[in-house]
Design a protein around this ligand. Structure first.
Ligand SMILES: C[S@@+](CC[C@H](N)C(=O)[O-])C[C@H]1O[C@@H](n2cnc3c(N)ncnc32)[C@H](O)[C@@H]1O
Length: 303
């Protein structure tokens, strides 16, 4: 398997997780395995690699460098489902590098790409029932508008939702090239349909809900002193992680006077400001441009 995905903020993740020799780690977004391999190379005793895309796991099982290493376990499931499992397994560190991989993006038939024409699919897990086409066939205008706003803070979400559903009704929205035309406008630096593609992908894969429900549960699966590191690529997701970590660190996140937050300090923020890619990484991998890494450590004594 030729690796297409360049792992983002790799050195920064290793530093944030402070890998313990022989320690147990979980990588919620295994992808092409770059982060997991680096964690193994740093001395981990076990890495549980999770991905909702069985195809990426099958590729790794076939030709990945550590495919036969007993320290690597691969699981086809979602972050949310893995986090909810109550098998009592605890980890020294957990990583989530959210979003899609370069391989997924560049495979036209998966329908993620704006550049290459493909079906209206966008499922990270192709065994999942609802593709983008199915979603658009059933969603109501108001719901599409509110989903677009909620997950991606899309400007003029209602107008965009109407355009998309009208095109579908007229039969002029069948492929991703149609979506690029319907959602696009004048070209600037970034194709104008980019935020719409991103928002629809987040909706089809329930990415926002995965993070909102899954991350608090993942924190519970850390040993005291264990660390949770999350890389986001979108401001709405980063806001969610920032708020969750602030809550876990016992900070106020409400707008009430007096404060109504529980203010129980269960974690220590290791990144008061998110870590962004260096100039060198941005040059080597422009896809890293919107990446932000945040990390929290579970306190040894929790209330
Ligand atoms: C950005 S890539 C990760 C790349 C990986 N860190 C590497 O170095 O190769 C994201 C991967 O995580 C998977 N993924 C995204 N969200 C997920 C979720 N909520 N649960 C499980 N897997 C997820 C995607 O299918 C994709 O393969």
């Amino acid at each position: 398997m030729q690796r297409l995905h360049k792992s983002v903020l790799l050195a920064e993740c290793l530093e944030a997780l402070a890998i313990r020799p022989g320690g147990k780690y979980a990588d919620m977004t295994f992808g092409e395995g770059g982060h997991s391999e680096a964690i193994l190379e740093a001395g981990a005793g076990l890495v549980v690699g999770v991905d909702r895309d069985s195809e990426t796991l099958d590729d790794y099982r076939e030709s990945g460098t550590y495919r036969t290493d007993p320290r690597l376990e691969l699981h086809h499931t979602t972050l949310e489902e893995f986090a909810a499992q109550s098998d009592g397994q605890k980890f020294d560190g957990i990583l989530a590098d959210l979003g899609v991989s370069t391989r997924q993006l560049l495979t036209a038939e998966r329908g993620f790409s704006l550049q290459a024409d493909g079906p209206l699919d966008m499922r990270m897990d192709r065994t999942q029932e609802t593709s983008l086409e199915d979603y658009l066939a059933h969603v109501k205008l108001e719901d599409l508008a509110s989903d677009l706003k909620r997950v991606a803070d899309l400007q003029q979400a209602r107008g965009m939702a109407r355009k998309i559903l009208n095109a579908r009704e007229k039969g002029t929205l069948r492929r991703t090239s149609d979506l690029a035309r319907v959602a696009g406008g004048a070209w600037s630096k970034v194709h104008p349909a980019t935020p719409v593609f991103l928002a629809l992908r987040m909706i089809v894969n329930r990415e926002f809900d995965q993070v909102e429900t899954g991350l608090p549960q993942l924190f519970e699966r850390l040993v005291p002193g264990g660390r949770l590191a999350v890389i986001t690529f979108h401001s709405t997701e980063d806001r969610l992680v920032k708020r969750l970590f602030a809550t876990l660190a016992g900070r106020c996140v409400c707008a009430h006077t007096p404060c109504e937050c529980p203010r129980v300090e269960r974690g220590k923020l290791l990144t008061p400001k998110p870590i962004a890619p260096s100039e060198a990484e941005l040059e080597a991998n422009p896809r890293s441009r919107s990446a932000k890494l945040r990390c929290i450590e579970k306190l040894a004594v929790t209330a």
